[in-house]
Ligand binder design. Structure first.
Ligand SMILES: C[S@@+](CC[C@H](N)C(=O)[O-])C[C@H]1O[C@@H](n2cnc3c(N)ncnc32)[C@H](O)[C@@H]1O
Length: 261
């Protein structure tokens, strides 16, 4: 049974004293992965017999609240990924995928598996991801997340990338998300094929600067660009049209470089 999503939809009502519509019920959603028991929510209990209703059905809770049921997709699960170390937001991962042209033939090496967010995101687009993670507890979370996402094309290597003798040296993309990325540049260049990409994700600009300077010293590498993906959300409702307070202000800087020789 695929995970389902229970959505309590937002409701507004006209407030006479304010002379405008106000939210009387905020949107909330619940991910259901265990179908063996009733679901307890702030808005009442939802009986387990309703959890298999077709997509788009409206279900009533014990408090009379209406929930819409849908089959959860990858993004619904990804947004609720189990985290130990901080993950990379989808806006940045989407850019990496687009910028490197990932497809079903691409092989990605992910240096610094963390919680497995980047590896999982790339695995759905690529042939194979080899995910290197030094910490056992992080590997356990990565395994749990891969299982939850039903992803089978990630090889998890519990090892220190610096010490690891990387067997395959023909990666199309080497993706780095490590606290000290500048120490991994030689390893990344060895692992990536000629024509392939090295992508570094770093929240601090100082690490980015060190990485770019090191890459620029090499004759076999061409640094293409460093970007910060800024996502600005807007509220668009009737006459009200304005930017909203961003959920994520800064995530990280992305540097893309290409091996030329
Ligand atoms: C910020 S997290 C990566 C998050 C990941 N990109 C994600 O989206 O879930 C950095 C990870 O690098 C791992 N790490 C640090 N040094 C490492 C090394 N030498 N070899 C392999 N992994 C390392 C840390 O244990 C940590 O889990």
């Amino acid at each position: 049974m695929k995970p389902r999503l229970l959505i309590l939809q937002q409701k507004t009502a006209y407030a006479e004293h304010l002379k405008r519509h106000v939210t009387v019920q905020k949107e909330r959603s619940y991910l259901v992965e265990d179908f063996s028991k009733d679901i307890h929510t702030h808005e009442g209990i939802i009986k387990k017999k309703y959890l298999t209703e077709p997509d788009g059905t409206l279900i009533q809770s014990s408090k009379g609240k209406e929930f819409l049921i849908l089959t959860a997709n990858f993004r619904d699960l990804f947004d609720r990924i189990k985290k130990l170390p901080q993950t990379i937001p989808a806006k940045d991962l989407g850019w990496v995928a687009a910028r490197t042209g990932m497809n079903k033939e691409t092989i990605v090496y992910d240096f610094g598996g963390g919680s497995g967010a980047a590896s999982s995101f790339f695995a759905r687009l690529c042939k194979k991801v080899v995910c290197f993670e030094v910490r056992k507890d992080h590997c356990k979370i990565i395994e749990e997340n891969l299982k939850r996402f039903s992803i089978k094309n990630v090889t998890l290597v519990n090892a220190d990338v610096i010490k690891e003798n990387i067997r395959y040296k023909n990666a199309d993309v080497v993706h780095i998300d490590l606290p000290n990325p500048f120490d991994f540049i030689d390893k990344a260049v060895t692992a990536v094929k000629i024509g392939g990409y090295i992508v570094n994700y770093s929240p601090p600009i100082v690490s980015t600067q060190k990485v770019v300077n090191l890459l620029n010293e090499r004759s076999d590498i061409r640094v293409e660009e460093t970007v910060e993906i800024i996502q600005r959300q807007w509220k668009v409702k009737g006459e009200a049209v304005r930017p909203t307070t961003p959920k994520i202000n800064h995530s990280g800087f992305l540097t893309i470089a290409r091996r030329m020789q």
